[in-house]
Design a protein around this ligand. Sequence first.
Ligand SMILES: [Zn+2]
Length: 369
Amino acid sequence: MVALNHVGSHAWRRSLDKHWSERARLLYPIRVSALLNIYLLAAFAILGAAVAGLPARDWWFYALSCFLGGLLGCYPLDKTIRPEHTLKSWGYQVLLGWGLRAFLFVPLIGLAITIPAKWRWEALGASIGLAIWHAWIVSAGHILILRWMRALTPISPELQAILSECFSKTSVTPRTVGILRTPLLGAFAAPITQSLVFTEGLIKHCTPDEIRAICYHELSHLTESRQLKTQRVLSSFVFFPFLFTKPMLDAWGLWGLVIVGITSVFWQKAGVRLLRRLEVQADQVAVRHEVDPGLYANSLLKLHILNQIPAVMPRNLVHPHLYDRMLAAGVTPDFPRPQPPKKLNWTTLALYAGLILSIYLFYQNFRRW
Ligand SMILES: [Zn+2]
């Protein structure tokens, strides 16, 4: 993993003299691939165990070891991206990111594996239970989990004073405001619990005016209607169709799998369309409350530069591209519109090719045996 990330990030590491937008563009596929490669290395571990004839009941152990090793192997790259990281601070960020995901995905994967292939109505009860758990996590539970992981701290009186101007101007006062322990610059709103979260990185690097500019965007999310809040929760059920992979395979064979995949993609696209509309609205609210023209656009620019996120992404995500958000906020960036980054780095393509070739060779030999 260390070697793969090192050779894969060569062009980015040699680009110190380039504009930040070009550097972020080069870094994007490296980051995506570093994550994907962890899973691919775990797949290699399973294949290796199969070739070596090791008992199938132990395969999960080799895959998990490889996965954890791969995760640890990302430290040198992450340290190059953010030199201020120590092993401890980096480990905490990894734990935070994967910990939150685990609350959603471990029960989902567990039930997907144990669900009976022949459909039984008891499975519906378990699925509804899981749906309620999922809805709770994405609407309210994530704030509680972050508190429980000691990742959320209360805001200081100084920050309260900075933000109270926004609350009085919009007549929206969040129920709770917290600071998330991460060097990344960001903020998010949880409309259902009426909570607002700012990151430590944002508070550290932004001026009070910039913090307020971002705050107006987030406060707009807190005014979303009950119907929108429900749609927001529903849109997070992207991976839920995979829960029924086994019964669908049993009922319709490979077509069942195709239906599961298409449903998930459709759900994701519908969700992005809805959430994107809300982001555009929130941006408009933030621009309306600007004290200086261009303040909001330049705050977004700062967030992207320091987070090293490309100004144009390779596909449409929930947030429009930074370049378009700045234009919509009335500021033309002082750099030309960059090309979107590549979706993946060559290291992932090499691993994919290697994996497919290995599986092919394995089956060729398997048949001969
Ligand atoms: Zn937003």
